[in-house]
Design a protein around this ligand. Structure first.
Ligand code: FES
Length: 172
């Protein structure tokens, strides 16, 4: 479609007008302007759709306690790979992270309270390695446990699904 329109733009109105009567010039000019506008719009659409999409990580958060029917509640979220910490994703999506003490006494993501614990049920390879802070706070905890404020979701290139158990300490 773009090549067809480009060919039309290269028509010189003086060439066309000489073959037509003078009374037709204004409509040819208006037509050229419309053509140029639609060409610009077409180019803008093509360039925006050509931009590569950033890979995404899908997240599922399983609640710690079953509902009356015995099923565990699941919250879902999505994040651009490698752009955010798990703690921030949970906060932005209003997904409960902290137990009672952590709600009021957490360090705000500074890595100095050890209360933002989650368990990675699936997709741990899509996350960063445990940081030194986590190695300190989670030394005697299962390897699948992470501190959400230290956990980067994705590495900017990978995509896939991560399943997170909220408040794993409640499930012991
Ligand atoms: S919020 Fe304090 S260690 Fe993660």
């Amino acid at each position: 479609m773009a090549s067809l329109s480009l060919a039309a733009v290269h028509l010189r109105p003086s060439d066309v007008a000489s073959k037509l009567g003078n009374h037709q010039k204004p409509s040819i000019l208006i037509h050229r302007k419309r053509l140029a506008l639609s060409l610009n719009a077409a180019c803008a659409t093509e360039s925006s759709s050509a931009a590569p999409e950033k890979p995404e990580i899908e997240l599922e958060f399983i609640g710690p306690k079953p509902a009356a029917d015995g099923s565990y509640p699941v919250d879902k979220a999505k994040a651009i790979s490698g752009e955010k910490l798990l703690r921030n994703i949970m906060n932005e999506n209003k997904i409960e992270l902290y137990a009672t003490y952590g709600k009021v006494m957490n360090c705000g993501g500074g890595g100095s309270c050890g209360t933002c614990i989650v368990e990675i049920i699936d997709g741990k390879d899509l996350l960063n390695e445990r940081t030194d802070t986590e190695l300190r706070y989670l030394k005697k905890k299962p390897e699948s446990w992470r501190l959400a404020c230290q956990t980067i979701v994705g590495n900017k290139e990978n995509s896939g699904k991560v399943v997170v158990q909220r408040l794993p300490q409640w499930k012991k």
